[in-house]
Ligand binder design. Structure first.
Ligand SMILES: NC(=O)c1ccc[n+]([C@@H]2O[C@H](COP(=O)([O-])OP(=O)(O)OC[C@H]3O[C@@H](n4cnc5c(N)ncnc54)[C@H](O)[C@@H]3O)[C@@H](O)[C@H]2O)c1
Length: 279
């Protein structure tokens, strides 16, 4: 079996989920798989109406209800409105996957960006990285996850029936990468934020966990994967000898969201084909 099959275990019948970064990549795949298993899904994306609408159609085709909501996760009011959209449109909120993220300050999902300032400091060592690039990555990848988590947790607490949150971190949370200090720090921050929130929200039966992917074939890795020679070199470095698929990450996230993981909170799962086992 090369990667997780499209089966439905009906784990999320009647549940409502918010997925940030839901218009593309692993967020989109998770939204579709949640829909297939019975959830209604708020697909939240950054001014990404076309890909957002496409994801909504895919979730509906898989059997779920869905709605696209535009959100910039760095803005608190927009995060609150996104979470409220779940209550207003589907009547409740049970699940969240925080997948919105950027690899560097100039990142635009689905584009291979080249040249300063589009690269936004990618590859620049700490001593050379303009502070505004650093702040942008931290704002989206770390503050954005915090604002998303608390917006959904507030509604879950009001509802009084628990909940489950999965934050997408990265193997870069434990493996330092030259030129990507901002990204690595943001992803380590997501890991610690998850653990603190797991403790703070446990009394409300809200579980918070992290998925830390390896190298996954999504719009974010186009710069590496669209060049055949670079792609092959990267694959050779992965013990399971393939790039990860969005489905690999979606299935890890769905497991942690599900009642099968009802005693798991504050943990990190590494679907990475073994690449960071030694880190
Ligand atoms: N692809 C990989 O190899 C890999 C590895 C480890 C971790 N990750 C993480 O996985 C997550 C999903 O990335 P992906 O690989 O599916 O790429 P992706 O580009 O398809 O997804 C990222 C999404 O985040 C959205 N986004 C960016 N800034 C936003 C903002 N301010 N507000 C709201 N949405 C915003 C983008 O529009 C996009 O839809 C990211 O957090 C990324 O850091 C990716």
């Amino acid at each position: 079996m090369p990667f997780p099959p499209e089966t439905s275990l009906n784990r999320f019948d009647g549940k409502v989920a918010v997925v940030t970064g839901g218009a593309s990549g692993m967020g989109r795949e998770a939204a579709i798989r949640l829909g297939r298993e019975g959830a209604s899904v708020i697909v939240a994306g950054l001014a990404d109406d076309e890909r957002g609408a496409e994801t909504v159609s895919l979730v509906e085709a898989a059997g779920g209800q869905s709605l696209y909501v535009g959100v910039d996760v760095t803005r608190e009011a927009e995060c609150e409105a996104m979470a409220q959209a779940a209550i207003d449109n589907f009547g409740r909120l049970d699940l969240c996957i925080a997948a919105a993220g950027i690899s560097h300050a100039g990142y635009v999902s689905g584009e291979v960006t080249e040249g300063e300032p589009l690269l936004g400091g990618r590859g620049r060592h700490v001593l050379d990285k303009p502070v505004e690039y650093w702040e942008k990555v931290l704002a989206v990848n770390l503050t954005g996850v915090m604002l998303t988590n608390r917006a959904v947790a507030r509604r879950m607490i009001d509802q009084g029936q628990g909940g489950s949150i999965v934050n997408i971190s990265s193997g870069a949370a434990k493996a330092p990468i030259r030129g990507m200090a901002d990204y690595c720090v943001s992803k380590t921050g997501v890991w610690m934020l998850t653990r603190v929130l797991a403790l703070e929200l446990a009394a409300h039966q809200i579980r918070v966990n992290t998925v830390a992917p390896g190298l996954i074939d999504t719009p974010m890795t186009l710069a590496v994967t669209s060049d055949e020679e670079r792609r092959q070199r990267r694959i050779e470095a992965i013990p399971l000898n393939r790039l990860g698929e969005p489905a690999d990450i979606a299935e890890s996230a769905l497991f942690l969201l599900s009642d099968q993981a009802s005693y798991i909170t504050g943990q990190i799962l590494h679907p990475d084909g073994g690449i960071f086992v030694g880190s």
